[in-house]
Design a protein around this ligand. Sequence first.
Ligand code: ADP
Ligand code: MG
Length: 238
Amino acid sequence: MGSIKLDNVEKWFGDLQVIKGIDLEIGDGEFVIFVGPSGCGKSTLLRMIAGLEETSRGRILLDGDDVTDRLPSERGLSMVFQSYALYPHMDVRDNMGFSLKTAGSPKSEIEEKVGRAAEILKLDDYLDRRPKALSGGQRQRVAIGRAIVREPKGFLFDEPLSNLDAALRVEMRFEIARLHETLGTTMIYVTHDQVEAMTLADRIVVLKDGKIMQIGSPRDLYEKPDNLFVAQFIGSPK
Ligand code: ADP
Ligand code: MG
């Protein structure tokens, strides 16, 4: 299970309010994308869901449980960071298994889970390599693998492809779509790339200045934008 509910969620940094009255329900297995211009609050909202950022007001529920005040490790969600967050001195196997090792999982279990993630991500032949001996796309796969081995209820991605070149971005976009099909796990994905949003999402949440401007399927947003901001952002003809 991996349903997520935001109930009137708000965030201040000192006097600056950056997230304003967000209500949102995400169903188990849904692929939801947050889009919006730089500084609109996408990362802050995602980090609040992950528990990496305190929630100033409102509630966050996971499968109906109030997790607003719970630590990230108690939420059962995995954040996928950009690939430069890999440990350079560890090979792919150890990079992927690290969180399980620190959690005290038995070696056989770590091996099995890393093996399965490597298979899904087509990294079987690269387990002994260090990050510097991998391509950008392979490194990003390792970063995703680190999240997969924890078998989370939901994946949280913050612009995972933004430091890849255009061709690799397209390839990884397909990989992420395939991953969602394979695992069927809830995914929240932040991007400022409209094409990424339109091709991956079940539903898109358009944010501006910490508020939701519209929520809908890619088709809804394209064909029936609620306002000029959404129309211009999505590039649809309103
Ligand atoms: P996005 O990811 O959409 O680009 P962010 O969530 O990073 O936007 O930032 C939203 C707003 O919150 C911005 O105005 C940013 O400057 C501000 N902000 C983010 N993190 C902090 C922080 N730790 N302290 C103060 N302001 C912050
Ligand atoms: Mg951001």
